[in-house]
Design a protein around this ligand. Structure first.
Ligand code: AMP
Length: 283
């Protein structure tokens, strides 16, 4: 595995590969890698493909300063894990490398409706930061395929929009990968490393709620399931930000199940200072 800390060196290296007809796949991450991240790398690896993983904790996407400051960093373990899993290139830039002229001078994008609901509403500025950093990564890496996780459902829609806004829809294919979970259903997340044992013991409740919402999609009443889910989460010590039902294609929020549409249930809830998100397609 080759490690680059500077964009210029990486650009030159990848250019040589592309000139020889090589194919580049890209997995953006914020590190503190877990099996979910590695599953993206496994999908990205392949015959004749150069896999590029980035690790960068992007300050511009954190609306909560203490969340940024406490974000887990396990770079030595991450490097070993990537080497063991066949990563070809690790890009490990600094903040000044990513935003050489400051983040205000780095292009940002407008995601309209997506910035006003769910994660957009609860984390003001978050998707602006995500768009900005991935926009910059796309300029540097110029991948043929980018691998991202369904775990961050709304982010997948934002990044698909980013690719269109940058006019790259014919050049970069977005591959959305399944959510990897622990045995109790908890979606793997770097933030899980911060859970105390008692918090970890109840963290699977989010998944239980999603399964319950899905199981009642055929003949249930969402308002009732919603109330039950919120009450269950609160009883286990969570403070829910939202328990939502939406059209899976547009993320239009729905008050009630609608079997004529493809639907997704989405939950965000805090336990102590740790905010967890998850989602599930219903039909
Ligand atoms: P992050 O490091 O949290 O920014 O995540 C980097 C990428 O890994 C994003 O595309 C995430 O959606 C994806 N990811 C995070 N958690 C999981 C998971 N449990 N299963 C699959 N992909 C994931």
């Amino acid at each position: 595995m080759v490690i680059f800390k500077k964009a210029e060196g990486l650009i030159r290296y990848l250019l040589k590969i592309k000139e020889k007809g090589g194919f580049v796949s890209f997995v953006p991450t914020m590190g503190a890698l877990h099996t979910g991240h590695i599953s993206l790398l496994n999908e990205a690896n392949g015959e004749g493909v150069t896999s590029v993983v980035s690790i960068f904790v992007n300050p511009t996407q954190f609306n909560d300063k203490s969340d940024y400051e406490q974000y887990p960093i396990t770079i030595d373990e991450d490097i070993t894990e990537l080497q063991e899993n066949g990563c070809d290139v690790l890009f490990l830039p600094s903040v000044t490398e990513m935003y050489p002229d400051g983040d205000d001078a780095t292009p940002s994008f407008d995601f309209g409706y997506l910035e006003t609901i769910l994660e957009g509403a609860h984390r003001p500025g978050h998707f602006k930061g995500v768009g900005q950093v991935v926009g910059r990564f796309l300029d540097i890496v110029q991948p043929d395929k980018m691998y991202i996780g369904q775990k961050d459902y709304q982010q997948c829609m934002v990044l698909t929009s980013l690719i269109k806004q940058k006019g790259l829809q014919d050049k970069v294919q977005v591959v959305i990968c399944d959510t990897k979970r622990a045995a109790d259903g908890l979606a793997l997340s770097s933030r899980n490393k911060r859970l105390t044992d008692p918090q970890r013991n109840v963290a699977g409740t989010i998944y239980q709620c999603l399964v319950s919402i899905r199981s009642k999609a055929e003949d249930g009443n969402f308002k009732v399931v919603h109330k039950e889910s919120v009450e269950l989460l609160e009883a286990k010590g969570f403070v829910p930000d939202y328990v939502a039902l939406a059209d899976a294609n547009t993320l239009e929020l729905l008050d009630e199940y609608d079997s004529d549409r493809k639907m997704v249930a989405l939950i965000a809830a805090k336990i102590g200072s740790i905010r967890l998100i998850d989602n599930m397609l219903l039909n």
